[in-house]
Design a protein around this ligand. Structure first.
Ligand code: SAM
Length: 240
């Protein structure tokens, strides 16, 4: 199945294919992404959320003062993002949300100060070559000095291979880190039988519990991580 059909099917069949709104640890990941933009995009320029799904992370970004755009491969995802967010964010314009791929971003050269690739090149099921192509396309639409914020759900043993692959593109790796979330995902998986109880679902959804569990997971360093978290930057002076 081609990726457009595959992701469109996922969005049509399930109201929330990855269930992120039910997972406190995913809310923490979204907050981490928002903080990176807030702290690193000092020109206040436009930001593109690539692979916006139903707009959960986009909603976090819309709380920033930057103008936020979002794209997704799936027409259903783009439509639902607009439906979900237009009632919350009065100024949101339909042309801020577009159908589009990370491999062919429907915006002109040097348009954005930052791009968000949150679950992300691996989640999009790109081949190794396509992951490098996504970095080249990111370079095209970024202003000099602009950044890409990347998160992806990976086996820890694949972190180095993944970051080396992204580094093959024209962007410079500024941060190569991880999120301390492995223990949370272990608990979710080991006790999945308890999901029939509302108290356990409330526990999984709680950001405060996710924060406590992440603090414990963080004691293990990289071994306590399920997400790689990276920042890549387009150099101020470009010769690419
Ligand atoms: C795992 S979800 C991540 C959602 C959101 N970014 C987050 O972190 O919560 C991946 C989303 O990317 C979309 N997608 C898949 N391949 C894509 C591509 N090549 N370009 C843009 N979006 C893509 C899917 O339709 C899906 O909505």
């Amino acid at each position: 199945m081609d990726p457009v059909t595959d992701f469109e099917k996922k969005h049509k069949v399930e109201s929330e294919p990855w269930g992120y709104s039910e997972k406190g640890v995913e809310t923490l990941r979204h907050s981490w992404v928002r903080q990176q933009i807030s702290k690193r995009v000092l020109d206040g320029g436009p930001v593109l959320d690539i692979g916006c799904s139903k707009g959960l992370l986009t909603a976090h970004l819309l709380c920033l003062r930057n103008k936020i755009y979002a794209i997704d491969l799936s027409p259903t995802a783009v439509r639902m993002t607009y439906q979900n967010l237009s009632s919350q964010f009065a100024g949101l314009n339909q042309d801020q949300l577009k159908l589009g791929s990370a491999l062919s971003i429907p915006f002109p050269d040097q348009f954005f100060s930052a791009l968000v690739m949150a679950d992300g090149p691996q989640g999009w099921e790109l081949t190794p070559l396509q992951k490098v192509q996504a970095m080249e396309e990111a370079y095209r639409v970024l202003r000099p000095g602009g950044i890409v914020v990347v998160t992806d759900f990976l086996q820890r043993r694949n972190f180095d291979e993944y970051s080396s692959l992204l580094a093959k593109g024209p962007l410079k790796v500024e941060v190569n880190s991880y999120l301390p979330d492995r223990l949370w995902f272990q608990l979710e998986s080991n006790f999945k039988g308890l999901k029939k109880y509302s108290w356990f679902r409330a526990f999984l959804k709680s950001e405060s519990w996710a924060q406590i569990i992440s603090s414990i997971s963080g004691l293990q360093g990289r071994r306590g991580a399920k997400h790689i978290a990276m920042i890549l930057r387009k150099p101020e002076t470009t010769n690419h």
